[in-house]
Design a protein around this ligand. Structure first.
Ligand code: GLN
Length: 478
């Protein structure tokens, strides 16, 4: 069978109706990875045995007439900062290169309960810090559309695995755009849910107040199904909402005559917005208009501070979260330490890459006694104002439409020596994390060089079901 031809929903149906066995589908996924992943580099590890055993169990259930789950037999890839018991969870860092967690993330339990077959773990920027997956200490990942280009990041491996057709579904994490931006660069759908919709238990923490796990898929329907599987309460994450959002997988028809779409003036005025990206995004908005939606200009005046605010809040939280990697508790420990301080500092020096160290230093600085008020506290205040801007906008409109990133995928190596240019590729996505909102990235065309352009749709908090419905509606507008 050719696994690249089917959506996750189709695969689950065909396995259930015995047109394919789960084993055939799993083998097709593994064979394609064997044939092509040396060129793409999406995976850091493959769980061949575990995947085949899971598939065998699905086939057994189906022949016994038991319920195999909504994802029964569907291959799924998982970003390698999400823990799976007894599989390496490296965060693409030398620090955790050989780390095997003794437990699985909540989302992994949910995937398994729904019958998904976990194929392997995907590459990322080290500890999810980056926008191109070039910060991985373990591997390079190429964009399946054109291997000279980056897949985006930090969930570049998951985006590439779906874009290459290795798997129809993958999980990523999004702290400042790490699902939406690589989805846009690779031409697939990626969604960051409302903060608290999905449990972070078992996700290696980067910026805990920003991190959310979310789905990658080739279309919105598949993404909605995957989100519906992983969403819901979990007592082990105190920020996880106590009630599961309803209707995530319903994708209600859109009444365009009642739909108001806001275009943030500030987003379209940014210097550095590529003209082809602008053109494709504007053409997408035109389609909504033709369908009957009302298009309004809106203002998010504080958005201009989103990048600096994010790089204060995210680095502060990262510096604190990453203090646990000290050579004593987990991961890499240096050899021949002279005393405990030497062990802490050399283990960290050897285990962390350059970008991770840069973030820890920035974060430690903004949290230090002398600068806490000037930077960290002020950033928290601006964060609230950014959230207020969105809340005001959503009094007027149902959905905000915007670019995902200022440009399409760039070439490998193009921005590695310019961290600031790299940070700016998140300019349209990070405010959504700062405000805790849901955002989705979906393909809306290609640039002249053939690289995909993404459209970002954003809704008010907990309106994830509406956001998915509008995204699915857009796909139907053709
Ligand atoms: N690119 C952003 C950063 O480097 C976002 C990363 C993410 O969402 N994990 O921090």
């Amino acid at each position: 069978m050719d696994i690249t031809k089917f959506t996750a929903i189709e695969l689950a149906e065909k396995i259930k109706s015995k047109e394919f066995t789960a084993r055939e589908v799993t083998e097709a996924s593994l064979a394609l990875i064997d044939a092509k992943d040396n060129e793409i580099g999406a995976f850091l590890s493959i769980d061949r045995e575990g995947a085949l055993a899971a598939a065998a169990e699905i086939d057994r259930k189906i022949s016994a007439g038991e319920d195999a789950g909504v994802l029964g037999g569907v291959p799924v890839a998982v970003k390698d900062n999400i823990c799976i018991e007894d599989m390496t969870t490296t965060c693409a860092s030398k620090m955790l290169e050989n780390y095997r967690p003794p437990y699985s993330a909540h989302v992994v339990d949910k995937l398994r309960a729904a019958g998904a077959v976990i194929i392997g773990k995907t590459n990322l920027d080290e500890f999810a810090m980056g926008s191109s997956t070039e910060n991985s200490a373990l591997k390079k990942t190429a964009n399946p559309r054109n291997t000279a280009y980056v897949p985006g990041g930090s969930s570049g491996g998951s985006a590439a695995a779906v874009a290459a057709g290795f798997v129809p579904l993958a999980l990523g994490s999004d702290t400042g755009g790490s699902i939406r931006q690589p989805a846009s660069y690779c031409g697939v759908v990626g969604m960051k849910p409302t903060y608290g919709v999905v449990s972070r238990y078992g996700l290696v923490a980067f910026g805990s107040s920003l991190d959310q796990i979310g789905p990658f898929a080739r279309n919105t329907k598949d993404a909605a199904l995957l989100l519906d599987v992983i969403a819901g309460p979990d007592q082990r994450d105190s920020n996880c909402a106590p009630e599961k959002l309803t209707g995530l997988n319903e994708l209600n028809d859109i009444d365009y005559s009642g739909l108001k779409i806001g275009l943030p003036k500030e987003y379209f005025e940014t210097e550095g917005l590529d003209s082809q990206v602008r053109q494709k995004v504007e053409a997408a908005i035109e389609k909504f208009k033709t369908a009957g939606a009302e298009i309004r200009e809106i203002h998010l005046p504080m958005i201009k501070y989103a990048v600096p605010t994010y790089y204060i809040v995210a680095t502060a939280e990262a510096s604190s979260n990453l203090s646990r990697f000290d050579g004593a508790h987990y991961g890499h420990r240096c050899g021949d330490a002279t005393d405990i301080i030497d062990m802490f500092s050399r283990s960290r020096e050897e285990g962390f890459g350059e970008e991770v160290k840069r973030r820890i230093m920035l974060g430690t600085y903004v949290l230090s006694a002398g600068y806490y008020d000037a930077y960290y506290l002020r950033a928290l205040k601006v964060r609230t104002k950014i959230a207020d801007d969105f809340a005001n906008a959503f009094k007027e409109v149902d959905i905000i439409a915007a670019p995902v990133a200022p440009s399409t995928a760039f070439k490998t190596g193009e921005k590695t020596n310019d961290p600031l240019a790299m940070y700016l590729s998140d300019i349209y996505t990070i405010s959504v994390n700062l405000a805790g909102l849901p955002g989705i990235s979906l393909p809306c065309g290609e640039a002249d060089n053939g690289m995909p352009v993404g459209l970002q749709l954003i809704s008010a908090m907990n309106q994830d079901a509406k956001l998915l419905a509008v995204s699915a509606g857009f796909e139907e507008l053709g």
